[in-house]
Design a protein around this ligand. Sequence first.
Ligand code: SIN
Length: 446
Amino acid sequence: MALGEVPEMNGEDCKAAIEVATTAFKTWKKTTAKSRSDLLEKWYQLIIQNKEPLAQILTAENGKNLVEARGEIDYGASFIKWFAEEARRSYGDVIPAPAPDKRLLVIQQPVGVVGVVTPWNFPNAMITRKLGAALAAGCTTVLKPAPETPFSALALCELANQAGIPAGVINIVTTSKYTKEVGKELATSEKVHKLTFTGSTAVGKLLMEQGASTIKRISLELGGNAPFLVFDDADLDAAVDGAIACKFRNTGQTCVCSNRMLIQSGIYEEFSRRLIEKVKKFKVGHGFEDGVTQGPLITEAAVAKVKRHVDDAVSKGATLAHGGRHMGGNFYEPTVLLDMNTSMVISSEETFGPVAALYKFESEEEAIELANDTPFGLAGYFYSRDMGRIWRVAEAMEVGMVGVNSGSVGFESAPFGGIKQSGLGREGSKYGLEEYLEKKLICMTI
Ligand code: SIN
């Protein structure tokens, strides 16, 4: 069912939007931090007042259940609130003088026009996490929302307008999934000084390559292959709850969701039994239906990928303990695979679907080796009650975010981002603002 229509814009439209953002930057950069903070606070209030319609738009275009959609609006709004507060904290520095007649100062200034490219899996929160920081810093923006989910972006922009954020500070370029030139324009334009992208590692690499032509500042939040470790000494109930929250949120379509569950041999059977029991209780259906926990996947291609991963694992000896069925449309049954091994595709590729894949390990060393055996390093999780082990494993995991006895890591006050091929830079938190600021030295002779 068509929800509505948006213009299919092209590279020329994007150029025009960049011009508008460039003009708006001339005045927006001169506004005080306090006035930007006040405008962001008003935007936050309007988002909260409009939580229900925003959540309905989100469920309609993305498919996630309404409870999760409401949660995403709160999560998204929290970034606007956070950066309304952080706007006033972009302090500079005074450096001890190297000579009696010298004074060295550092001021922070907005980077300039920012190209923002966002994904469909969190059509609200991935926009607010970027725009909140960009606007707080004094940057103007050209946003290309995911072609699958443009309406959340447009609704957010309308509320920004109602909040009094000046025209030209946020510009949206809607595209079809076949449009490549808008991303390219944002990455290559000399008038865009920074690019921020959340999405696949393949597209991130392309944008980075294109951005090199203008030495673009770039933030990338890319794919992951999150390990989720459960040690013999873990609180099993907590570990199962954490695994469910981590794996099946948004029907498994999150960059930080566990792709590989590594379970120590002593509790493997019991953990699997308890996990399967919970997965059996899921209700798959349309996001607006009462009690639905698992919505559809975003596209037919997403279903085909999940199917390919499950078939590959089973063909190489995995046990299909639950699920494994395409239920028609874009619905795929929540699935649990046991007896996984590293020859299977899931070990190296992000599934982005409702598949819990369980591997067995014997020792802590083996678990760490398996966990780090990937070019990705976004999030990782583990459950243990041994304090020594908690420090050892947290420090050894090659990821940007570690959940210890926790299946979630995303909060507005916490730095979000990865290492290795999972990205560059951090979003949210006090570090998120820095991504949109340049440091300028003022060296004075007095
Ligand atoms: C993502 O999947 O890209 C973001 C998830 C989150 O912020 O928790």
